[in-house]
Design a protein around this ligand. Structure first.
Ligand SMILES: *Cc1c(COP(=O)(O)O)cnc(C)c1O
Length: 447
């Protein structure tokens, strides 16, 4: 399928680049696609073929590739200051970003700690939680709770709160595992159970654990509203408010990992807003820089910040990364926040989401599809597949056929999902919906 220019780049890449989360041998059958430029929702390969980036390049891109406003902000910043260390020094972009994010939480989460990738933000939240309890004299609180199917990144600390059999099997021996409680994923419903029953069961399981272990548990970590890596498992905002109450009752921190669902993806800027709660720690990454540069951060409350504020170095938070608070990444984030305000993105996305949901009705109604669901700018459904050979290869076949139909789509197991940038026009909505249906049809027919 690759033309001559793409083929040459692919061969060079396969010789020297080890690609992420990839069984490299699969590229003997599936071509690797060399991208040379992006514009709006589209990526272009070396031979000029185009792909609609319907998963926002792994959930990071919000306002399209080569966005004029973000590009201009970065070019301006590049001529002022590319980087300066953040220990002992500070700079306007990191200050302004912290102020603006804090304001978006009504200043409840008034302190921002920076890193570069999502997994590091998760590790920071975990360390901060345990250290805050320790500083308050609760040295036994060192354990964590995560949800079944939860995903919080792939470094060793983050893997401890990630419940994915594939990772557990390979790296389990390296990891300090968290307590895992049932997910509120409605697809886990047993006979006669409603979605609310599944959520209640998950909460009851957590409460039972807290009754026994709260004195040893520092924090519960969750992905609010959508467990994305767990096949876009969605739960109701009520679940979050009940979770917040449980954490308050049993004196454990709540960590909201909004790395994927934050920045408007769930419909509100922060997913937690839909439950009218704030966590003790909120992790952001992915979309915060508009999908331009690695940037992550953890937001937390005054009382937690205060627990570290002392003359003794050992009571301070002991964590740093070389590129902490990188000014270029912060400028990209500031330009991203400016677009949210100036273009009233959250309002506009409601209309966009409505037309996308309408356009996807043929897929939603297809008898070979179940659990069609949507939250904000995320759409997902599960293919009914009985053939085991097809089930095992569905995601790869689907991704390959999607490329032939000019779409970048990568199902998770049998879950097909769309997580496009927020800039699709009417033609792109129609094209994305029609082609997604066509791809599904072809894969199910085995052509
Ligand atoms: C992607 C993701 C992470 C990890 O972020 P990286 O930048 O890939 O390390 C953590 N949590 C959630 C919910 C994510 O979607």
């Amino acid at each position: 399928m690759n033309g001559p220019l793409s083929s040459a780049l692919m061969q060079r890449s396969l010789r020297s680049v080890w690609h992420p989360c990839t069984q490299m041998q699969h590229h003997e059958a599936t071509p690797l696609i060399p991208i040379v430029r992006g514009q709006g929702a589209w990526l272009y390969d070396a031979d000029g073929r185009r792909y609609l980036d319907a998963i926002s390049s792994w959930w990071v891109n919000l306002f399209g590739h080569a966005n004029g406003r973000i590009n201009a902000a970065l070019k301006d910043q590049l001529d002022r200051l590319e980087h300066a260390m953040l220990a002992g020094f500070t700079h306007e972009p990191v200050i302004a970003l912290s102020e603006q994010l804090s304001a978006l939480t009504g200043h409840v989460l008034g302190h921002c700690f920076y890193a570069s990738d999502g997994a590091s933000a998760v590790e920071i939240a975990l360390k901060m939680s345990v250290h805050a309890w320790r500083n308050a004299g609760h040295t036994a609180k060192q354990e964590f709770v995560c949800l079944q199917g939860g995903y919080h990144g792939e470094t060793l600390g983050a893997l401890g709160v990630t419940d994915m059999p594939l990772f557990r099997e390979a790296y389990g021996a390296l990891v300090r595992p968290a307590h895992v409680v049932a997910s509120p994923d409605p697809r886990q419903a047993r006979d006669g159970e409603s979605a609310a029953d599944v959520a209640a069961r998950s909460l009851a399981e957590l409460e039972q654990l807290l009754q026994q272990r709260a004195g040893h548990i520092a924090a519960v970590i969750i992905e609010p509203l959508v467990q994305c890596a767990n096949g876009m498992a969605m739960h109701a905002p009520d679940y979050l408010s009940a979770l917040r109450r449980l954490c308050d009752t049993w004196q454990v921190h709540l960590i909201a990992d909004e790395i994927a669902v934050g920045c408007g993806r769930s419909g509100t800027f922060f997913a937690c807003e839909q439950a009218a709660i704030w966590p003790d720690f909120l992790c952001l990454s992915k979309g915060i820089s508009g999908g331009y540069l690695p940037l992550s951060l953890v937001m937390t409350r005054d009382d937690i910040y205060a627990a570290f504020y002392a003359s003794d170095m050992r009571r301070g938070f002991l964590h740093s990364h070389s590129y902490t608070g990188n000014p270029l990444a912060c400028r990209a984030a500031l330009a991203t926040l400016a677009i949210f305000r100036e273009d009233r993105i959250l309002e506009r996305n409601q209309a966009l989401a409505g037309s996308m949901t309408a356009a996807l009705q043929p897929l939603a109604q297809d008898p070979r599809i179940m659990h069609f669901r949507q939250r904000g700018m995320i759409w997902a459904c599960d293919a009914r597949i009985t053939d085991t050979a097809l089930a095992a290869t569905f995601a790869r076949r689907f991704a390959a056929e999607a490329c032939r139909q000019e779409l970048l789509l990568r199902p998770i197991g049998q879950t097909i999902y769309l997580m496009p940038p927020y800039i699709l026009d009417g033609d792109e909505v129609a094209l994305l919906a029609d082609r997604t249906c066509r791809v599904f049809d072809r894969v199910m027919q085995g052509t």
